[in-house]
Design a protein around this ligand. Structure first.
Ligand SMILES: O=C/C=C/C(C(=O)O)=C(/O)C(=O)O
Ligand SMILES: [Fe+2]
Length: 285
């Protein structure tokens, strides 16, 4: 039975410098700090209680969490994954509390990436109080490294409910709703989270952040530009431990009945129609 993912829910990043990462997430990225323990600092970007966290540890060991419908679906997903040979672990009470979810399962995908499926994502009664006026409207998608995009595309589209919106060379952009993509699989000899996207309100927010990031000496690794794939206007920049963050606005929505996936060439104009060139090695070689 298909694992029906509703949305991308959270990323949990590890860092060797929790202080610097926390400073970046609030002062630069602009998220609202929420739960905080000595070793783990949480942040929110939309109505959810937590959408990103930093904790002390190996930066290569980051986690991405997706939302499933209910506990029955979670049980069925666990059974499906176990039947495929994955080792599935159930979140402990404490781990659920850290994530602000009712229940979750965790497993490593075939490439070794740490994936979680969660239910009962806590929503906050208070609107988000962003640390700066970056214009963020929410957490929207992740790029995941893949050492075998065909195998991983099969997992997300055949075992789960994702559909291919576009491909750039072998890089598929996968949707799980009408939004053009929630997962991008970036071919690379490694696994885990490659970039984290937050949507912003307008192109003015992209440009304002461009100025702010330059002033703060944050490495800008792509843009400002416009993706011909999703139509989004974007800027990509580098945070702690080399993690790439993206702000974008205007991601197309897809009409499920009429949309047909498209194949783009693996070349700069497929990544940006304004002429910006990515300084991200996986998008250039
Ligand atoms: O292939 C290039 C990038 C595409 C997009 C997009 O169409 O919006 C991304 O945001 C992405 O890869 O994450
Ligand atoms: Fe993106």
């Amino acid at each position: 039975m298909t694992i029906h993912i509703k949305d991308v829910a959270y990323t949990r990043l590890k860092t060797s410098d929790l202080g610097a990462a926390t400073d970046f997430a609030s002062r630069i990225l602009g998220l609202q700090p929420v739960e905080r323990t000595v070793r783990c600092h949480g942040f929110r970007s939309n109505e959810r209680a937590m959408t990103l966290s930093y904790e002390e540890g190996n930066p290569g060991e980051n986690i991405v969490g997706f939302e499933l419908g209910d506990e029955d679906e979670l049980d069925r997903a666990a059974a499906t994954l176990e039947a495929m040979g994955h080792v599935v672990r159930r979140g402990s009470r404490e781990q659920c509390e850290q994530r602000c979810v009712r229940d979750f399962i965790g497993f490593r995908d075939a490439g070794g990436a740490q994936i979680e499926f969660a239910v009962g994502l806590e929503v906050s009664g208070n609107r988000v109080f962003y640390s700066r006026d970056a214009g963020i409207t929410g957490f929207s998608h992740v790029g995941l490294f893949s050492n075998d995009p065909i195998r991983d595309e099969h997992f997300w589209t055949q075992v789960c409910n994702a559909r291919v919106s576009d491909r750039v060379g072998e890089l598929p952009l996968l949707r799980i709703s009408q939004i053009h993509h929630s997962i991008a699989l970036i071919p690379a000899p490694r696994s885990g989270v490659q970039h984290i996207n937050h949507q912003v309100q307008s192109i003015d927010d992209v440009q304002r952040s461009f100025a702010l990031l330059r002033k703060q000496n944050v490495p800008i690794v792509f843009g400002p530009g416009r993706h011909p794939t999703s139509g989004a206007r974007f800027i990509y920049f580098e945070g702690p431990d080399g993690m790439v963050f993206e702000y974008s606005v205007g991601v197309n929505e897809v009409d499920e009945e009429t949309y047909r996936e498209r194949q783009f060439g693996f070349e700069p104009t497929s990544f940006c129609m304004w002429g910006a060139k990515p300084a991200i090695k996986e998008l250039t070689s």
